[in-house]
Design a protein around this ligand. Structure first.
Ligand code: GLA
Length: 639
């Protein structure tokens, strides 16, 4: 496999066949060695049920291969054709408002529908049989951005509802057990038949935060839907493994996308890929349009952590983008900047989205490397420059990324906060991002992991707002700290059990002895000026090694009773004036820092410096603001 993989998403079906040789030549000139093909081409590959046409794709692949370009084939299931929907309208997903999607977009399918499974098997088997021996095929991309339903978040059709009820039956065994663990006595929600259990359709006004369903039901439905995507992917993985054992299998994930447990999705893949659009406001992201370089870095690290090694960037933004509106264009040099950042964080492939801008369809405004008329311009020149530079980066691409710090991002916590956002301004990913940024600014390598990963080899584990805490996770945390680990916990930790019930013990629940503190009171904070109570700048004093620093806090304040810990920070003013808020407890060679509020950047930085000093972790090479230095190690040499 050539390193790095360097390429673009290419759509021969969007242009005339005369253009294909011109494109292949331009690609070769730019150093492109890989293209992704066909992930939305179902209607051209199977124009009628069971009638296949691969001739056009064969021809395009032959031309590419003649120019030294290998291909990643997409299975086209993200775009079910009109004939399939006409025959099986039940395939269309139903959103949280009970509305069934219509034909006219993409991703208009429910992952549990038997008719869709049958159609998937047919097209994937046909493609796999046709291309199993093709020398140009390197890998398969399954579907495209699983779970990225545009007209809703999760499917609520009758097939999903029945499957959910069955899933619950397997999980709980009896209705008595489910009723008891969910607390359905509240508001007379006790179930006497599995068929009575609903999916959590919207029951609050549109725009209101969260859901008013039983939180236990909500969390289980989020787990179930995540698993249904994993299973749908497995259906395709199995076919490809059987028919094309020599090909790699990947899927293009979406960084911080919160609705699928990506660790589980990644398990069945050979390599994780993801789609990186630093200048794209994503509806589901905590950062909306405000992607900062540290957020992009964090998304890379999250993707790298899924399989604990290099990953691919399957779509790298290569132009101004948008459906209805066009985002600002990448500035000269910015595509190169994003590419180098991706490589620095561990990407082994860079595939730009897309080769040429398309003049038809929903993505007319989604600009690729080439403009509508296909004439190479400044973006193409930049790609050529990168292509040349990449020749020298061969060694670095697979070099190790040694990290001593991990940040824990839990899907259970994401979903429990989704149901109950808990406080104005509290976003789980924002809390993760604040911790991340403190390390990132000092060029300290961080891995992002979940509670199901192993963290035993790290020196430091930061677990912001570990809202849902399963018993075995708490046991592992205890053992690891006792063995010398440094754990950083924050407010809203240990609040819920595995069933999303608030635990009836002082917070942070099962972690309270480990932290040496009890939360005796708390308050949500409103933004400054919005009323009382609010946090704001200088709302607490942090004493680090004898020096008092005034720092800001917002979102939340815990009032702590310190049982067995050293106080590092106290509130100044506000409802808990003078009470402790940041503590440190030493346990053998290990320690636990508890932070009862959401610190501003300065507070985070001071605290992280303390963590680095205490644990002997060396900060990275110093750099000016927003200049990132990443250390990679290959065969004993530091790069
Ligand atoms: C996603 C998809 C692509 C394309 C781009 C731009 O990342 O995977 O097919 O639609 O967005 O919208």
């Amino acid at each position: 496999m050539a390193h790095p993989l360097f390429g673009a998403a290419y759509y021969p079906e969007h242009c005339s066949a005369e253009r294909w040789s011109i494109d292949a030549r331009l690609m070769q000139q730019a150093g492109i060695n890989t293209v992704r093909l066909a992930e939305f081409a179902w209607s051209r590959l199977e124009p009628k049920t069971g009638v296949f046409d691969f001739a056009w794709l064969d021809k395009a692949i032959d031309i590419l291969m003649a120019h030294g370009i290998q291909v990643i084939l997409g299975t086209p299931t993200a775009a079910p054709p009109a004939w399939l929907i006409q025959a099986h309208p039940e395939i269309l997903p139903v959103n949280e408002d009970g509305q069934r999607a219509g034909f006219g977009m993409r991703r208009h399918y429910c992952p549990t529908q038997p008719a869709f499974h049958a159609a998937t098997r047919r097209i994937v088997q046909a493609m796999a049989r046709h291309y199993q021996q093709h020398p140009a095929v390197l890998a398969w991309q399954i579907d495209n951005e699983l779970g990225n339903i545009t007209n809703g978040i999760r499917c609520h059709c009758s097939s999903c509802r029945t499957a959910f009820q069955y899933w619950l039956q397997q999980r709980y065994g009896s209705l008595e057990r489910l009723n008891s663990l969910w607390g359905t006595v509240f508001w007379s929600q006790e179930y006497s038949a599995w068929e009575q259990i609903p999916t959590p359709m919207r029951n609050v006004r549109p725009g209101s935060p969260g859901s008013a369903h039983n939180p236990s039901l909500y969390l289980d439905f989020a787990r179930f839907t995540s698993e249904s995507w994993v299973q749908y992917q497995q259906l395709q993985v199995q076919i490809l493994r059987d028919l094309c054992p020599q090909h790699l299998i990947t899927h293009n994930l979406m960084g911080l996308f919160p609705y699928i447990n990506y660790v589980k999705l990644a398990q069945d893949l050979d390599v994780v890929s993801w789609d990186n659009y630093p200048r794209l406001p994503t509806p589901w992201s905590a950062f909306k349009g405000n992607w900062s370089p540290s957020h992009v870095a964090m998304a890379h690290d999250l993707m790298r952590g899924l399989k604990g090694r290099t990953y691919w960037v399957m779509e790298q933004q290569a132009g101004p983008s948008g459906w209805g509106r066009i985002s600002p264009t990448p500035l000269p040099g910015e595509i190169r900047l994003w590419t180098l950042q991706s490589l620095a964080h561990g990407a082994e492939a860079i595939v730009y989205f897309r080769w040429q801008t398309c003049n038809v369809g929903t993505e007319q405004y989604w600009h690729g490397i080439l403009p509508y008329d296909g004439t190479p311009g400044r973006r193409y020149e930049e790609i050529c420059q990168i292509g040349e530079e990449l020749q020298c980066l061969d060694t670095l691409v697979t070099a190790a990324f040694p990290a001593e710090v991990a940040i824990l991002r839990s899907y259970d916590a994401l979903w429990a906060f989704e149901a109950q956002p808990t406080a104005e301004g509290l976003s789980y990913d924002d809390q993760i991002g604040r911790s991340y940024r403190a390390f990132w600014r000092r060029n300290v390598a961080v891995d992002l992991i979940t509670e199901d990963s192993s963290w035993e080899s790290y020196k430091v584990l930061v677990a912001p707002c570990l809202f849902v805490l399963r018993e075995e996770v708490s046991t592992r945390l205890h053992a690891w700290v006792e063995a010398g680990g440094t754990l950083v916990l924050t407010f809203r930790s240990g609040v819920k059990d595995a069933y999303n019930r608030v635990i009836d013990q002082p917070l942070p629940g099962a972690l309270r002895d480990l932290a040496g503190v009890h939360v005796i009171d708390y308050t949500a904070l409103l933004p400054a000026g919005a009323g009382v109570p609010c946090g704001g700048p200088e709302s607490l004093e942090l004493v680090i090694d004898g020096t008092i620093h005034r720092v800001g806090a917002d979102v939340w304040m815990d009032d702590l009773e310190v049982k067995d810990a050293e106080v590092l920070g106290t509130y100044r003013g506000g409802p808990f004036d003078g009470a402790p808020t940041v503590t440190l407890k030493r346990i053998g060679a290990g320690r636990v820092i508890y932070v009862g509020t959401s610190l501003d950047d300065r507070g985070q930085a001071l605290l992280m410096n303390k963590v680095l000093d205490e644990t002997g972790i060396k900060p990275g090479v110093p750099s000016p603001d927003n200049v990132e230095v990443v250390r990679r190690v290959h065969e004993g040499t530091d790069y």
